[in-house]
Ligand binder design. Structure first.
Ligand SMILES: C[S@@+](CC[C@H](N)C(=O)[O-])C[C@H]1O[C@@H](n2cnc3c(N)ncnc32)[C@H](O)[C@@H]1O
Length: 248
């Protein structure tokens, strides 16, 4: 995961820095589904202009920059990987704190935010959710994208290293255990369409990364991880669940 979320984050920032601001967002969304899914979440989260919008596990900052552009909210990012934090600061000028599941945020201060494609990469999922719950203010709304296994037991294809995909039932138990109530939910595959140009940016950045680093073992490791994820989704072994939760 270090190759994927730290080294490749740094390389991505180097390539994406050469793009216009509008094209940086598609290139810097990793694991967060499509803009349709992000819009769906924002419509339910309703962040206000100027309000702090917390992105936990923000990666290189594309989704947070998208939220800022669409709503005028002010993102605050955390990610355990230093390369990801540096990338988000450099590409979007966003405040990014290096942190995993112990958040450098006071209790009960966050009113809106999200954490996209993160839970399945976390070893201690109950602790991660409890920490998210801790920072939420009563009445807050928080968005999640969680890749869920569509059946219990072993996946039929090899999963990416270090990932742990809950079933929907297990996810519901985890959320209940963290005193987070589900307000609404959906599936990322209902928002699979991309606007014109979005996928072109993603594939040209991918081609450039391949050209620069294709022979590097860390690139090949990260690509294998990403290919395994793609195969699991294509085979229907995994689905992306979108949730809006609130503290109980
Ligand atoms: C699949 S990426 C998603 C990045 C970003 N949310 C997006 O959608 O573009 C997962 C991210 O979770 C971060 N992460 C891993 N463990 C974490 C933890 N305990 N707390 C917060 N983030 C974590 C990784 O460093 C990585 O950047």
């Amino acid at each position: 995961m270090e190759a994927e979320f730290d080294t490749v984050a740094t390389w991505t920032a180097e390539v994406v820095a050469g793009l216009d601001l509008a094209d940086r967002i598609p290139a810097a969304c990793r694991g967060s589904g499509s803009p349709g899914a992000l819009h769906w979440l924002l419509e339910h989260l309703e962040p206000e202009p100027g309000q702090t919008f917390f992105d936990c596990g923000a990666g290189v900052g594309g989704p947070a920059a998208f939220a800022a552009r669409e709503t005028g909210a002010r993102p605050l990012l955390t990610d355990p990987e230093p390369g990801a934090c540096r990338a988000a600061r450099a590409l979007f000028g966003l405040p990014a704190l290096q942190a995993a599941s112990e958040l450098p945020i006071a209790t009960g201060v966050i009113v809106a935010g999200w954490s996209l494609g993160v839970l399945c990469t976390v070893t201690d999922q109950p602790a991660y959710l409890a920490e998210l719950r801790r920072v939420l203010r009563p009445g807050a709304r928080f968005g999640l994208i969680v890749y869920c296994a569509t059946h219990p037991g072993e996946l039929r294809l090899k999963p990416p290293e270090g990932n742990n995909f809950p079933t929907v039932e297990h996810l519901d138990d985890l959320l209940h255990g963290a005193s987070l109530r589900v307000r609404t939910s959906g599936w990322t595959d209902h928002f699979a369409a991309f606007p014109d140009g979005w996928e072109d940016v993603m594939s040209s950045v991918q081609d450039e990364l391949e050209r620069r680093h294709g022979k590097d073992a860390r690139w090949r490791t990260a690509e294998e991880q990403s290919d395994r994820m793609g195969s699991l989704l294509a085979a229907g072994e995994l689905r992306g669940r979108m949730l809006v939760v609130e503290p109980e």
